[in-house]
Write a protein that binds this ligand. Structure first.
Ligand code: SAM
Length: 255
């Protein structure tokens, strides 16, 4: 058996993600998390954030009194997360192989993080690891880009232009391979000019049936599914679905 897989694709992109994406998405998704999870767990509950990125969500949860553990494969994302949420605990670990001692009351994975699992076995492995970290009856909420999201949103180019950096990106989706690809070209001002970095991030599109059967194989109860385009106002995002599921309670156990 070789070493466990390690995900590091975000390392070179971490500072840009932190500056331009992490906070905005956390702000838009907090009301969804509040409604679907926070209202049902105890005040100082223990929450696991899987693929926690630069820690903006962890920071918001800590401010509300929760005890938060974040896991992410990218050392650089975690370095920034520790700065953004010094009272949370973070681990650089691959979501496909991490172990967190149970019991967590809830687990979250946001901003299509789980679409980064490029094979159904990898997605199932993440679900198993999350399942094993939860207490009986513990909640798991995650969002995924679905086919409709890739076809509607993963096309075209855009750019962010600031005095000391430019982030240009182009996205595409191949319905045959079910793979979305986001290519970035970043220019950042350095002492004597500009430094260029090119990187690509890929995602895999899963069907509702694949996700539900992987959850079942990992031991979860049947999921409730919310369409981010219409079920969770004021949040609105075409083709982003939220899956809410629960680790079952052992026979004779209490919820
Ligand atoms: C789009 S970012 C979302 C970050 C955060 N959840 C948020 O809402 O801001 C996706 C994150 O998933 C992480 N990631 C992707 N694949 C991973 C893996 N196999 N193991 C651990 N982290 C992974 C990346 O490093 C990145 O931080």
């Amino acid at each position: 058996m070789g070493p466990p897989p390690q995900y590091s694709d975000y390392d070179a992109f971490a500072w840009a993600y932190n500056k331009h994406w992490g906070s905005a998405f956390t702000e838009s998704i907090l009301p969804v998390i509040d409604k679907l999870v926070l209202q049902t767990i105890p005040p100082k509950a223990r929450i696991l954030d899987v693929c926690c990125g630069t820690g903006q969500l962890a920071s918001a949860l800590v401010k509300r009194g929760y005890r938060v553990t974040g896991v992410d494969g990218s050392k650089e994302m975690i370095r920034i997360a520790r700065r953004n949420a010094p009272k949370a605990t973070f681990h650089v670990e691959d979501a496909r192989s991490f172990r967190i001692a149970p019991p967590c009351d809830a687990a979250l994975s946001t901003y299509d993080s789980l679409n980064h699992m490029m094979a159904l076995e990898d997605l199932t492995a993440v679900f198993r690891n999350v399942h094993d970290s939860l207490r009986d009856g513990g909640w798991f909420l995650f969002d995924l880009n679905m086919e409709e999201g890739y076809t509607a949103r993963w096309r075209g180019e855009s750019a962010i232009v600031e005095d000391d950096h430019v982030v240009a990106y182009r996205s595409s989706y191949s319905p045959d391979d079910k793979v979305g690809r986001m290519e970035f070209t970043i220019f950042r001002k350095v002492a004597r000019g500009w430094k260029r970095t090119d990187l690509a991030l890929t995602q895999r599109c899963y069907s509702d049936i694949e996700v539900r059967s992987a959850l079942k194989r990992a031991g979860f109860e049947a999921a409730r599914v919310f369409d981010g385009a219409r079920d969770l106002e004021p949040f609105r995002n075409v083709g982003r679905w939220f899956f809410l599921c629960r680790r079952p309670v052992a026979a004779g156990g209490r919820r």
